[in-house]
Design a protein around this ligand. Structure first.
Ligand code: GUN
Length: 282
């Protein structure tokens, strides 16, 4: 049976470390706020935004909430982002996605100053990550690296297969694993022989967005399996992209849903906010 990688526990450790760091920074007179912008009232987004605000309160960072109506225009949102870019006390800006269809997400992401881009979504942040320069790294993939490292899982020389090629998870995930000296294969919806490729993985990272899709036939004995998916099953229970009970019997370690990757995303957002506070004079 696989070891269950406890994302709740590891994310709590990280938040406790950050809380101490924030106390030290504040003692040096460094402080700052995270601006969290939500447009509309999508219930899932509201939950994420609330969790982010609570995490800020826990580690001792101020959060400024901007809850804008669904009808907010692109220009109005861009103007707010520009104002926040210029505000000294705002160290991080987070625009919760998805945005309503009439607003171009790329345009909004690109308006955020890369110095305040705590989501790591700005093309400059992405470019810096690709070439290994300093910058903010996308929170979910960064959280997965922490989950693996803090679970004592060796990455160098391992074959890591990533399922999914999104800008937020799949692509940055593959690059971060490469930075850790893993051998990386990226797969996606058009990949042929997916089970065969996945069975070659020492570390399988599943971010395909299909509920309980990955079963035993995708897993090599003793592989480490990271499940990024989050869905509701037919009984309204949370589940991932992986058939947990079936895969748990073959893997050496596995993340559960909930309580695996999810809590790490917020912990790494807090990490980026602290990084932004530290770098204010840089
Ligand atoms: N929507 C879903 N995940 C995220 C995230 O990590 N950041 C932002 N800004 N929006 C999201």
């Amino acid at each position: 049976m696989a070891v269950i990688i406890d994302g709740k526990k590891i994310s709590q450790q990280i938040k406790d470390e950050l809380k101490e760091k924030v106390e030290r920074l504040q003692a040096q007179g460094k402080k700052g706020a995270l601006a969290v912008i939500q447009v509309g009232a999508d219930p899932a987004s509201s939950v994420y935004v609330r969790n982010k605000k609570n995490a800020c309160a826990y580690i001792g960072i101020e959060s400024l909430a901007y809850e804008l109506p669904e009808e907010t225009t692109e220009d109005e949102l861009l103007q707010l982002v520009n104002e926040l870019n210029d505000k000294e006390e705002v160290k991080g800006i987070l625009v919760q996605l998805p945005l309503p269809a009439h607003i171009c997400e790329d345009k909004v992401i690109q308006a955020i100053s890369p110095r305040k881009d705590v989501d790591g979504f700005h093309p400059q942040s992405v470019g810096a990550m690709v070439i290994g320069e300093k910058g903010f790294v996308s929170c979910t993939p960064a959280g997965i690296i922490q989950l693996l490292k803090r679970s004592g899982i060796e990455l160098a020389g391992k074959h890591c297969v990533v399922i999914g090629r999104s800008n937020i998870v799949g692509k940055p995930m593959a690059l971060l694993m490469l930075r850790e000296n893993a051998t990386v294969t990226i797969t996606h919806s058009k990949t042929k022989n997916l089970p065969e490729i996945c069975r070659q993985a020492d570390i399988l990272i599943v971010a395909m967005g299909k509920p309980q899709f990955i079963g035993a036939e995708y897993i090599k004995e003793g592989a480490v399996v990271i499940d990024v998916g989050i869905h509701r099953d037919e009984n309204h229970k949370l589940c991932g992209d992986v058939k947990f009970e079936e895969v748990e019997r073959i893997a050496s370690a596995i993340t559960p849903v909930p309580g695996g990757v999810g809590p790490m995303t917020i912990a790494m957002l807090m990490n980026n906010c602290v990084q932004a506070m530290e770098e204010e004079e840089a």
